[in-house]
Design a protein around this ligand. Structure first.
Ligand SMILES: Nc1ncnc2c1ncn2[C@@H]1O[C@H](COP(=O)(O)OP(=O)(O)OP(=O)(O)O)[C@@H](O)[C@H]1O
Ligand SMILES: [Mg+2]
Length: 357
């Protein structure tokens, strides 16, 4: 296990009656790319601001490299923040923008020059050092903002929706760049976003927040494939949720009488959701039972809409257990189904997440 970089224990932040951050625990390793993901107002920025020192926790402890910093002012913490609105000085060129903070701290000029060059190299803007912000694209301006933070040689970089102002294409290109940069410089990134795809593609681990609480922490695979709550399942990617109940024999019974295995014990009679990703479901005609693996879970339904997505086909299937969206990867020889056809939907039992209500 790598050394701990940022550690939050029982951190709560209240604004009057409002609990913006509710008793969260977080242990981020040295050199990790960690994302905080959640909908608007869930407490992401407040958490980041407490790590930076722009807010103080109402209770709880914040440690950076083992040192308690929770009540220290921002300028003595070994962290820097990159915000969504990066407000560069319009009349200063790239080099001056990046070096300005060091100038204010009265760092020696040869040292400033050395660190600015290094920071500009990191974000691959060495050749644009003399440009004014208005002469740069949005993505380049954001890289200047990054260099302005990196020039302080922080141990931890905090990023609050830094790509939010960019259009989709540029945002995707910058995601890859940022990830490569983080791997190259090896400093800890704590990245705030409400974009689940961004969090999944960039992070080593992520934490999903809701109403001030951290609901689940894990690797992208872990969170996507094994969500532990309805909120996490629903927030990340597309998912089918079927209502079920735990029967007396410990299996899950869905509407229509379908029975699913349950791999952990939940009290008989409890209400549960069976969560299934569209791409983990398979379709066969109702009569083609030979095509279904013997231990598969299954239910019968009727094809509604079929939508072509190029790389896949998307079906809406209605069944007694509820509506299911099914995604079939497009490949040569793929059987297509038409609206109105009776089908059996089947899946590997391990693909289902059983969520307690
Ligand atoms: N200074 C403040 N005073 C009072 N309430 C605040 C303050 N800052 C944040 N809040 C409240 O705390 C809650 C969490 O806000 P926060 O900015 O952390 O959310 P967020 O997850 O970053 O949302 P977004 O995705 O919209 O940026 C919100 O209900 C917000 O209104
Ligand atoms: Mg925010």
């Amino acid at each position: 296990m790598a050394e701990s970089s940022v550690q939050l224990t029982g951190v709560t932040k209240r604004f009057g009656d409002l609990v913006a951050v509710d008793n969260i625990d977080l242990d981020i390793s040295d050199g990790e790319f960690f994302s905080l993901l959640g909908p608007s107002g869930c407490g992401k920025t407040t958490t980041l601001r407490m790590i930076a020192g722009f807010e103080y926790p109402t209770s709880g402890s914040i440690k950076i490299h083992g040192r308690e910093v929770g009540l220290e002012p921002p300028d003595v913490r070994p962290v820097n923040t990159v915000f969504q609105s990066y407000a560069l000085f319009p009349h200063m060129d790239v080099r001056e923008n990046v070096g300005f903070g060091l100038l204010m701290k009265r760092v020696e000029s040869s040292e400033i020059a050395r660190r600015v060059e290094r920071a500009l190299d990191m974000v691959q803007l060495g050749k644009r050092a003399e440009a004014l912000p208005e002469q740069l694209s949005g993505g380049q301006q954001q890289r200047v903002a990054l260099a302005r933070a990196l020039v302080n040689e922080p141990e931890v970089l905090l990023l609050d929706e830094p790509l939010g102002a960019l259009d989709l294409k540029l945002r995707q290109a910058m995601q890859i760049e940022l990830k490569e940069l983080q791997e190259r410089v090896g400093i800890t990134f704590i990245y705030v976003t409400h974009d689940q795809e961004e969090a999944l593609t960039m992070s080593d681990r992520l934490g999903v927040m809701h109403d001030g609480s951290l609901l689940q922490i894990g690797t992208p695979e872990d969170i996507y494939e094994h969500p532990r709550s309805r909120f996490v399942a629903d927030f990340i990617g597309e998912i089918n949720l079927l209502d079920g109940r735990v029967g007396s024999d410990g299996s899950v019974v869905l509407n229509g009488g379908y029975v699913m295995p349950l791999d952990h014990s939940i009290t008989a009679g409890s209400s549960v959701n069976v969560a299934l990703r569209p791409e983990q479901l398979h379709l066969v005609l109702v009569d083609d039972v030979d095509l279904i693996p013997p231990n598969a879970s299954r239910l019968d339904g009727t094809v509604g809409r079929r939508v072509y997505f190029g790389e896949s086909y998307y079906y809406e299937v209605s069944s007694d257990a509820g509506a299911l969206d099914v995604r079939q990867e497009n490949r040569p020889g793929l059987t297509l189904f038409d609206p109105g056809q009776r089908v059996t939907v089947h899946w590997d039992p391990s693909a289902a997440a059983i969520l307690e209500e």
